[in-house]
Design a protein around this ligand. Sequence first.
Ligand SMILES: [Zn+2]
Length: 223
Amino acid sequence: MTEWYQAVLKKAKEEAAKNPTVIKVDSDRYLTSGEISLAKLIYKNSIDYEKVRIINGGLLGIPNRSNNAMAPYGNIHFPTKHYEKIKDFSKSTSSNKIWFIHEIAHVWQYRLGLSVALRGIDIGLRGGYYKAKAYGYDLICDDQYLEFNQFNFEQQAEIISHYFDAFYLPEKGHNDLDLHNKNLKQKFALQKVLSVFIKNPLDKNLISKNHGKLYYGKEPIQY
Ligand SMILES: [Zn+2]
């Protein structure tokens, strides 16, 4: 565990002890109609979109300190600089749209019954957020026979957002062609591992059974 992570946990405990309202929220907004349309392409009617909030920071300042978005309880917390800059993900860059679909995956997991916050802590304790180790997957070789529920919750969000990139984002104007080309190459592997999800995103069998085991003693194969 990194010193930073320990410091955050210590601060969280201190804050919680002196103030029962631990989730401090500076400002928030609901999804725009464009964002709902974008998310519906993938998650169909499995989410109550009108209840989902995009939140500026909060969570004891962890999104701002880590510069990562987090969605532990069915809403999405973005670091302030991204919250202020991106007013509508549906009108933003391809990378930001992929990021949005990744974060909505955590909302979907939460709605399906997964304890996203606890899984995040599991992965954090295993060092999975160090160098983003928890996010890698390899549908062409190492992971080709796995079911979708055998991936950890971050891998699931990556797989869904990469499927979205491969099938729905145009090459023209794409701001991350390396990622886009990689996703196009694994397009049908993504579709295969997501076949149950594509048919019925409310299928409870899709809930991740993987608590954050890191597959790779080596780096995932790069294409
Ligand atoms: Zn995530």
